[in-house]
Design a protein around this ligand. Structure first.
Ligand code: FES
Length: 104
């Protein structure tokens, strides 16, 4: 599954992640800075916050209550904010673009 991260610096990094992993897991695997994921993907820390770019937001499965509740604790939440650990990659998300926030 192709996935592009836009880093804090503005640099775009395209990676090829395994289906089934989350946007947060893939960021760790490919050493993308700025996506901390302190709770390890349990939807309990909000440090895996990302902005979903390029029209992808509406194509993601909708947020569950747990995610929207935790997202409220993230910094600088915008209409295209999601938690990276709750976005699971599959073929339907091939080409997804997410931006790393300035702070977690
Ligand atoms: Fe903790 Fe996503 S990794 S909420």
């Amino acid at each position: 599954v192709k996935l592009t991260y836009i880093e804090n610096t503005g640099a775009r990094r395209e990676v090829d992640a395994r289906a089934g992993v989350s946007v947060m897991d893939a960021a760790h695997r490919f050493d993308i800075p700025g996506i901390d994921g302190d709770c390890g993907g349990a939807c309990a820390c909000a440090t895996c916050h990302v902005y979903v770019e390029d029209g992808w937001y509406d194509r993601l499965p909708p947020m569950e209550e747990l995610e929207s509740g935790m997202l409220a604790f993230a910094c600088d939440v915008r209409p295209n904010s999601r938690l990276g650990c709750q976005i699971r990659l599959d073929e339907a998300l091939d080409g997804l673009v997410v931006r790393v926030p300035q702070h977690q």
